[in-house]
Design a protein around this ligand. Structure first.
Ligand code: ADP
Ligand code: MG
Length: 247
């Protein structure tokens, strides 16, 4: 790679409708390598749809979506290869409850032939240490708290050694006392240089960690900028109203 900053996600004039519900309206956004972008905005504004589109869980009706240099709207693109490089963490963990913690982490890399069982176990244990759950490797997922489950979900995503991590409200389903531990893991990940796109209502976290904050409303990016610009000097009236409700 050259010295030039690498574009990891390139979205150009994307539109998405469900029936006559026009959910994404001419969205354009570039995310560079090592950048942390936090997406904020009211419920129903299209944030999840946008994230899911980057993973081809949703297809746009028009516009261009490139992830890791691949045009993911091109049928010739091997989406499974692209997905291997994108880790996704959801509000509700989506773990396999009948497996142990370590099995949840090793399953995909072994099944996809990325690692041997031994390599995956070793890597899985390292990842459990980084999310503060070394003692839980052989425990059933069912025995964990929500915050612990979410940290396992992050470790599981990292086991595939992704280039990009997407987070869709990772702390919204957690009891308040669990939120900090999960955000701390995400902060460490940001510091390590991971490219991250995060949907969250945790404004303090956004201020601290985001390189750029993007405000979604009614399917549009109404404003974006540094945390300083967006939180301290919002220009858009809808953003001002939104912030007055959440801060
Ligand atoms: P957000 O994550 O900002 O709350 P979403 O992207 O989940 O917003 O939803 C945006 C709009 O798209 C909402 O009106 C929602 O009802 C609609 N929507 C989302 N997913 C679907 C779907 N699978 N089918 C139909 N409508 C959907
Ligand atoms: Mg959502």
């Amino acid at each position: 790679m050259s010295e030039e900053k690498q574009v990891k996600v390139h979205v150009d004039k994307v539109n998405k409708s469900y029936g006559d519900n026009h959910v994404l309206r001419d969205i354009s956004l570039d995310v560079m390598a090592n950048e942390v972008v936090v997406m904020i905005g009211p419920s129903g504004s299209g944030k999840s749809t946008f994230l899911r589109m980057l993973n081809q869980l949703e297809m746009p009706n028009s516009g261009l979506v490139e992830v890791d240099g691949y045009d993911i709207s091109d049928p010739k693109t091997d989406i499974n290869k692209v997905r291997e490089n994108i880790g996704m963490v959801f509000q509700n963990f989506n773990l396999f409850n009948n497996y142990t913690v370590l099995q949840n982490i090793t399953l995909a890399p072994v099944q996809l032939g990325k690692m041997t069982k031994e390599e995956a176990d070793k890597r899985g244990k390292e990842l459990l240490a980084t999310v503060g759950l070394s003692d839980k490797a052989d425990k059933s997922v069912n025995s964990l708290s929500g915050g612990q489950k979410q940290r396992v979900a992050i470790a599981r995503a990292l086991a595939m050694d992704p280039d990009i991590m997407l987070f869709d409200e990772p702390t919204s389903a957690l009891d308040p006392e669990m939120v900090g531990d999960v955000l701390d893991v995400m902060k460490d990940l940001a510091k390590s240089g991971m490219t991250m796109i995060i949907v969250t209502h945790e404004m303090g976290f956004a201020k601290q960690v985001a390189d750029r904050v993007v405000f979604f409303e009614s399917g549009k990016i109404q404003e974006s900028g540094t945390p300083e610009e967006v939180f301290n000097a919002p220009k858009n009236e809808r953003l001002q109203t939104f912030l007055s409700k959440v801060m």
